[in-house]
Design a protein around this ligand. Sequence first.
Ligand code: NAI
Ligand code: MG
Length: 368
Amino acid sequence: MKNIINIAYVPGDGIGPELIKVAIDTIDLLFQDLKEIKVNFTLCDIGYDTWAKTEEFIFEYGRKFGGISEEKIKGISNTDAMLYIATSGGDFPTEFTTPFPVLRRRFNVFANVRPAFSYPNTPFLKKDIDFVLVREQTEGMWMGEEKVLDSNVIKATATISRDASMKVAKFAFEMARKRNKLKKVTCIHKENVLKYAFGEFVKSCELVAKEYEDIALEKMHTDVLPFELIRNPHHFDVIVTTNMYGDIISGETAAITGGLGVSPSGEYGDNYAIFRPVHGSAPDIAGKNIANPIATFLSVVMMLEWLGDRKEMELLHTFSMILKKSVIETLKEGKSLPQDIGGDATTEEFKVEVWKKIKDYKGGFING
Ligand code: NAI
Ligand code: MG
């Protein structure tokens, strides 16, 4: 029987449509001519441009999340994973907010994983950076919960629960065990200020740590981390933190490892995962064929790895490895580099170089 993989894809806004095309065409190239696996793509148009056309939204937690509908949520439910680039949250009128807190809650993708790695020929701060940031993202400050109390006071709410904190802490410890590197989880918090809220997050990490005698737990204040990341990024293995801090820190982890153009992410739940670059919709460069596709390629790499585990299909791991190796080799060669990392290649030119390598490696794999 044929194995079927169903992927929801979101073109989104800005550079989204051009990069999602690169991603889909690349997946098609990898799976081309394969009889035993079929990949189906389901279009899921959510985001600002969708809202501008349809005015659709979902109302929950007292907020209107624009450019998404229950029907689209239903469509996504029939897929194995989602691939998307970015939606322009900043363009919505004030009473609307970006749609993806809804996705994160509905599909309970609680762990946002952002690897920080120094790839060759990228403008990284130091060589050999290799750690992973794990950000809780189903609660905390970034869920769009805010209320105008009167003409003077606005209240934004951050929720921290034992359940969600334990879940993400466990995910981080599992990751440290799987990576088998420094065997350390660094919990980033501000317990000194919010004793109950961050206290709960820290306590959850401590409770989980008891189950992992082989992995050390380190605690660090949020305002110390940005300094340590620049001074000694090699100190870190797995960093775990709450939603807002994780988002802010990931800007810095991207900066020390070559920039937004090379930073991928995976948002993992127990039964669903969403893969996308860390960067946004970059309206300043949209439609110019100069967006760096590396973060997109590496997000596809993460997606194939996860699908490979879930579906127990070794071939998906092989394709993930082929794509990653193709990107790294193209970077190493250095003759075609995207513009944001110091080269002069267009999106298309860089893709073509990566594709040449994919074809070579695939040929080698199939023939040998
Ligand atoms: P951004 O990441 O879109 O852009 C920041 C800077 O990085 C810009 O100069 C942009 O040109 C550059 N950049 C980003 N991706 C690049 C790539 N692949 N290649 C080359 N250069 C790249 O962040 P910004 O400007 O804060 O937000 C723009 C819009 O994106 C906003 O509407 C925001 O709400 C949205 N956004 C969406 C996200 C998502 O859907 N996941 C995440 C972050 C922002
Ligand atoms: Mg962000």
